[in-house]
Design a protein around this ligand. Structure first.
Ligand code: ZN
Length: 109
C-alpha cells in the first residue's frame, strides 16, 4: 500500500514535532471511502502502522484531516507505550491533552 503524499508529509512532520519520532517512520497513510468512521488506525505486531482517513473528511477541509491524523497518531502512541489499549480511555485522553498542551491543535480547532 502506498501512502498519500500529503498525509505522509504531515505525519512525518508531526511525528518529529510532537512524538520525538517515536512512531513508526514507515507508517502507511491513505484516504479511503470509509462511511461510518472519519478515520481509523491499525497497528500490527510487526510494527507497521496504517492510518486511514475518509475522503469525506478531505472534502470538508485540511484542518479536519490534520485533526484526524493527530487523533490516530495518539492511538498509535498509546499502543506503543505499552499502556492498556482502551480505545478512548484514560491513556488516550492523557495523550490528547499532552498534544493540545504542545500546541498541536492550535491551527485546527
Ligand atoms: Zn479514536
Amino acid at each position: 500500500m502506498k501512502s498519500d503524499r500529503g498525509l505522509k508529509a504531515f505525519y512525518t512532520w508531526a511525528n518529529r514535532r510532537y512524538f520525538k519520532s517515536r512512531l513508526p517512520p514507515d507508517a502507511v497513510l491513505v484516504y479511503n471511502t470509509l462511511r461510518r468512521r472519519t478515520a481509523m488506525s491499525h497497528y500490527f505486531d510487526c510494527g507497521l502502522a496504517v492510518i486511514e482517513v475518509s475522503k469525506a473528511i478531505r472534502a470538508i477541509g485540511w484542518k479536519h484531516v490534520a485533526m484526524e491524523v493527530l487523533h490516530e497518531m495518539a492511538h498509535v502512541s498509546v499502543i506503543l507505550s505499552d499502556t492498556p489499549r482502551g480505545v478512548h480511555g484514560k491513556n488516550f485522553q492523557r495523550e490528547m491533552k499532552r498534544l493540545a498542551a504542545a500546541g498541536a491543535f492550535e491551527k485546527y480547532w
